[in-house]
Design a binder for this molecule. Structure first.
Ligand code: SF4
Ligand code: SF4
Length: 136
């Protein structure tokens, strides 16, 4: 049976080192959500990715994401797809040691429904189909 990881909203994944990639569409959504011009958003909240292949969100000196606000995400309803996809559609070796998501064995139909709900993807098997961000 497929395993669905139920996020416990511990915010640990917003605190570890790494890049949160953002697309042009995501920049537009987040800028609109915060009431900023896209250029201002890019200037204040993003940096060039390490491979120079696009933008990533800024992080604080302690590696926290720039949008982490206590235990909340300041852009939660429009957060980047990369954030929404973890930990069900991408994981990395050893992430279990820090991520508190609870694994649950579920039916295939429930897995598809739960992943769709968590990630906003129309079809969890197809990473190119993304529904409008409406919060998770
Ligand atoms: S955008 Fe929000 S969910 Fe994504 S890493 Fe930053 S604080 Fe966490
Ligand atoms: S995905 Fe894991 S690390 Fe991130 S908030 Fe949820 S439980 Fe915590």
């Amino acid at each position: 049976m497929p395993v669905f990881y139920e996020c416990q909203r511990c915010t640990e994944c917003c605190r570890w080192p790494g890049e949160v990639r953002v697309t042009a569409v995501e920049v537009r959504r987040m800028a609109g959500f915060l009431g900023l011009a896209e250029a201002d958003f890019v200037e204040r909240y993003t940096r060039l990715r390490g491979n120079r292949g696009g933008l990533a969100l800024n992080e604080r000196p302690n590696f926290e994401c720039v949008f982490l606000d206590g235990s909340d995400c300041r852009v939660q309803p429009v957060k980047p797809q990369q954030c929404r996809d973890f930990p069900n559609l991408w994981r990395f070796p050893g992430c279990e040691a820090r991520c508190r998501a609870v694994p649950r064995e579920v039916s295939g139909a429930d897995y598809a429904r739960l992943v769709r709900q968590a990630t906003g993807r129309v079809d969890p098997r197809r990473k190119d189909q993304v529904a409008p961000a409406t919060g998770s």
